[in-house]
Structures are given as structure tokens and as C-alpha cells.
Design a protein around this ligand. Structure first.
Ligand SMILES: [Zn+2]
Length: 157
């Protein structure tokens, strides 16, 4: 009987973690806080004929320590893209780097990258899965792999 209670508690705990998206977060450094401020400084929603730009600002720091930034372009006809796309394009345009140490996106507050951007981070450099930290709040960051369980690229052979 006791064994079943333990198993039940484990299941309930696991379900609770899934439902509340609890991650083992890592504390932010002073540099991480500055990166959040950089991302926030880019936010300035502005209407354009096709939609809205600069609703989200993104800042990333590469493995070598360079900072690149971008903003969202939320436009009609599927033309737009996220701030993360902009920041990664900035990195690729101005360096030969693809490995990212830390990335953060902000609207009115720090926000998670969407699923497409999580995938982009992984596809631009395989090492980002293990090594790239994604800041998910004013208090913590997680590794990209924590936001992308199940490595489909690994299993495609
Ligand atoms: Zn996105």
C-alpha cells in the first residue's frame, strides 16, 4: 500500500511540474540583467501599414561575448518574424558566430521564445541545445534543451 502512495505522489508531482512549467532555473548574473535591459530598451511598439513593429525586443550574447539585437516585425501575410529571428540575423550578418551563450526577449516583461524560435536556436547551431541559456524571467534562465524536450534532429539519423 505504501508503495502505491509513493508512486501516486511521484505522478502527481510530475503532473504538477508539467502543468506549472517548473524548471530547474539557474540564477541570473549581472551580465544577464544587463542583457534584459538591452532587450527592453529596443521595445517601442509602432504601427506601420502592414501591422506592428517593435512589440518585442531581443538581445543575445555569443559564445565569444559579442552582443546582437533584434526586434519583432508583426506584419500581414506571414511576412513578419520574431525578435529572436532579427537578433540571430544580426549575429549571422555581422560575425561568423552561431553559438549563443544567452538570449532574452522582452515585451512588457521577459517572455519565453515561441516554439519556432526555440527550433531556430537549435537549427542555427547544434551546440546551442546544450549550451545556450534562455532567460525566462527576471529571476532565472534555463538551457535551450529544457524548452525542447526530445531531440528530433538526433533521431532523424
Ligand atoms: Zn518566435
Amino acid at each position: 500500500m505504501e508503495r502505491y502512495v509513493i508512486i501516486l505522489v511521484q505522478i502527481v508531482t510530475k503532473l504538477h511540474n508539467i502543468m506549472t512549467e517548473t524548471f530547474a532555473t539557474t540564477e541570473l548574473t549581472t551580465e544577464d540583467i544587463k542583457l534584459i535591459e538591452t532587450a527592453k530598451s529596443l521595445v517601442g511598439p509602432s504601427e506601420v501599414p502592414g501591422g506592428m513593429i517593435k512589440e518585442v525586443g531581443c538581445a543575445l550574447v555569443t559564445k565569444k561575448g559579442s552582443i546582437y539585437t533584434g526586434v519583432s516585425l508583426h506584419l500581414c501575410c506571414g511576412i513578419g518574424f520574431c525578435g529572436e529571428h532579427s537578433a540571430i540575423a544580426d549575429m549571422v550578418s555581422h560575425s561568423d558566430e552561431t553559438e549563443i551563450n544567452t538570449i532574452v526577449s522582452c515585451g512588457s516583461k521577459v517572455m519565453y521564445p515561441c516554439g519556432r524560435c526555440r527550433e531556430l536556436l537549435q537549427q542555427i547551431d547544434k551546440n546551442n541545445r546544450e549550451n545556450c541559456f534562455v532567460i525566462i524571467s527576471n529571476k532565472g534562465k534555463v538551457r535551450l534543451k529544457d524548452l525542447l524536450p526530445g531531440d528530433w534532429m538526433e533521431s532523424r539519423g
